[in-house]
Design a protein around this ligand. Structure first.
Ligand code: MFK
Length: 549
């Protein structure tokens, strides 16, 4: 009989997910959990069933740009893949953005929303990208209180009707750079009482969105980000034609291949200032902070998918006389991946919890500054873990993980964008430094970590707690005693240390609860693995060599 390998399969992605269910049991009151669970089961079924099957079947199909109609008229039409069209309907009907604003469960609605998104993301071919920007745009418009724009756009961004729901773009990146946004060259001109934008946007994700928030420099305004203004624009006129916007081409990217990312030309697009005519970067920051939390959710969604496939395959694949799942070294590999996922999961959802509290006026002392710090920490830490776990997952499949039509290489390609967009690791590490410079955030972090560590009762968890507090102390000393270029050089090591320490603290608290409430020792095993890993050296080798003389 010929030998065939059995492909991995997925079950219901909610009912199969011990980690998500256990977390929700701890953080949600029973009646809230019972209320939202049927929807989570439905989303888990879609993610492991219909959407996953569509994803595999439609692997090679990609969005297509048609610049002209047969008669030479410029149309710049982008055709989306079937899965994206289906995802748009699901996103509206399931309220993947709206849930957070309807606040049926107050501050906990963010947990509800992001639990859904965590399930949806890995089967959505990154449709979570436009949803992240839509959420960010709604928050930004609401923050600035521009009534006319709020009334026009927010009900559409939050609609549960797929025919009515809009998504938003976040057009920031220009040829001058994606990190140093202050160098943006797009100009805003006041023409007959209307602002019109002229310039090139170099990376515009989800170029099919009905609106966008973007930055442009009003003519004559100052250099740098201070002279930029935040603008709102609609991308189609009432006849469905693009107005003052040309799509030059779609990007040919390593991953996120189903996501139409365009280079586009603004040639007189009508736009409306959202919040005055300066300090545009500061004005768009609410959007950045929301999309960075979505990024962390995308990271854990991707890690969960990689692990689910690898775990399933390990049951089926027999080598050297036994299924991989029974072989100690393979078990060890899967357990290390699971530990990464558990730590990253709790860090991402901690950011979500803080966001929910801040938005509903429930944030207590120091929590606003803590959210400001945890946002870049969770984004940068989970994104890097997502790449490591995706890479490891491919290796778990041997050669099959390297073969395109298994659908597996996509896991790694789609993970690789996570540390890049929405601010690279270095940009976010510097952002964390910006916040740490104000002092309050580090004090709030210490208070939180001490509270989490105080939950430890089992001796191994007490040991983890001691290690976390010692690590945090080292970070605090580094911040207090380092300055200038040395502090900047250490920013990534510092931010990753803080992110990983916070993961351990959050996971140890959950592990203690899980032992008592569920008699489950898997979170304990996971946190022991994380605690056994070395943290990045705060002083890099160059620093150490210099001190050594
Ligand atoms: C499932 C996945 C979903 C994710 C989907 C995402 C799709 C996204 C597609 C994209 O990638 S869109 C492009 C994303 N681009 C970025 O994230 C930009 C990365 N670069 C930075 O973040 C730079 O740090 C930054 C542009 C902010 C530097 O700007 P500046 O103006 O050179 O720095 P400055 O002067 O420190 O900041 C200006 C003001 O903004 C300051 O406030 P003040 O004016 O009051 O002093 C800062 O404090 C404030 N600010 C900067 N970042 C902030 C912030 N405030 C709050 N939160 C932040 N994150």
């Amino acid at each position: 009989m010929p030998f065939f390998q059995a492909p991995p399969t997925l079950g219901n992605q909610y009912t199969d997910d011990r980690l998500l269910q256990s977390y929700l049991r701890r953080v949600l009151p029973e009646e809230v959990r019972r209320d939202i669970e049927p929807q989570l089961v439905r989303m888990g079924e879609l993610a492991g069933g219909e959407l996953y099957e569509m994803q595999l079947a439609d692997r090679l199909n990609e969005p297509r740009l048609t610049p002209y109609d047969p008669w030479g008229r410029r149309i710049d039409r982008i055709e989306l893949t079937p899965l994206w069209r289906r995802a748009a309907v699901i996103a509206a009907e399931e309220g993947l953005v709206a849930t957070a604003y309807e606040q049926a469960h107050g501050a906990l609605s963010r947990i509800h929303q992001f639990a859904l998104c965590y399930l949806f993301d890995p089967s959505s071919d990154v449709y979570t990208c436009p949803l992240a920007m839509t959420d960010g745009a709604a928050r930004t418009l609401l923050t600035h209180g521009n009534r006319a724009l709020i009334e026009r756009a927010v009900p559409r961004l939050l609609s549960r009707d797929p025919r009515r729901m809009w998504t938003s773009g976040q057009w920031m990146t220009e040829r001058t750079g994606g990190s140093d946004v202050g160098r943006s060259e797009t100009v805003a001109r006041l023409v007959d009482g209307q602002w019109r934008l002229y310039g090139t946007k170099w990376f515009t994700s989800a170029a099919t969105s009905e609106m966008a928030l973007t930055l442009a420099r009003p003519e004559g305004a100052a250099e740098g980000s201070r002279g930029l203004a935040l603008f709102y624009l609609e991308t189609f006129d009432e006849h469905g034609q693009r107005c003052g916007i040309r799509i030059n081409r779609l990007k040919d990217k390593l991953g996120t291949r189903k996501l139409p990312t365009a280079e586009l030309e603004l040639d007189g697009a009508v736009a409306v200032p959202v919040a005055g005519l300066d300090h545009g970067v500061r004005a768009i920051a609410p959007m950045l902070n929301i999309t960075r939390i979505w990024n962390a959710i995308g990271a854990i969604g991707g890690m969960r998918r990689a692990l689910a496939l690898a775990q399933d395959y390990a049951q089926r694949r027999v080598a050297f006389g036994a299924p991989l799942a029974e072989q100690p070294l393979h078990q060890e590999t899967l357990a290390e991946m699971a530990a990464d996922l558990e730590g990253a999961f709790h860090l991402a959802f901690f950011a979500v919890e803080l966001l929910g509290r801040a938005e509903t006026g429930m944030a207590g002392g120091g929590e606003a500054e803590l959210l400001r710090l945890v946002t870049p920490l969770s984004k940068l830490t989970t994104a890097r873990q997502a790449v490591v776990v995706a890479s490891e997952a491919l290796e778990c499949f041997g050669g099959a993980g390297y073969v395109e039509d298994t659908g597996l290489p996509r896991l790694l390609r789609d993970a690789q964008v996570l540390p890049i967009w929405e601010g690279t690791t270095n940009v976010l590490a510097l952002d964390a430094l910006r916040v740490l410079g104000r002092g309050e955030a580090l004090r709030a972090l210490r208070a939180e970590v001490e509270r989490l560590c105080a939950a430890a009762q089992e001796p191994p968890l007490v040991g983890v707690a001691q290690g976390v507090l010692a690590g945090l102390g080292a970070c605090e000393r580094f911040v207090a005693t380092t300055s200038g270029r040395a502090l900047e050089a250490g920013a990534r090591r510092l931010a990753l240390s803080l992110g990983l320490l916070l993961e351990q603290a959050l996971l140890l608290r959950h592990a203690q609860w899980s032992l008592s409430a569920e008699q489950d020792d898997q979170p304990l095993a996971a946190v022991l693995r994380l605690a056994a890993r070395p943290l990045p050296l705060l002083h890099g080798p160059r620093e150490w060599m210099r001190q050594k003389g």
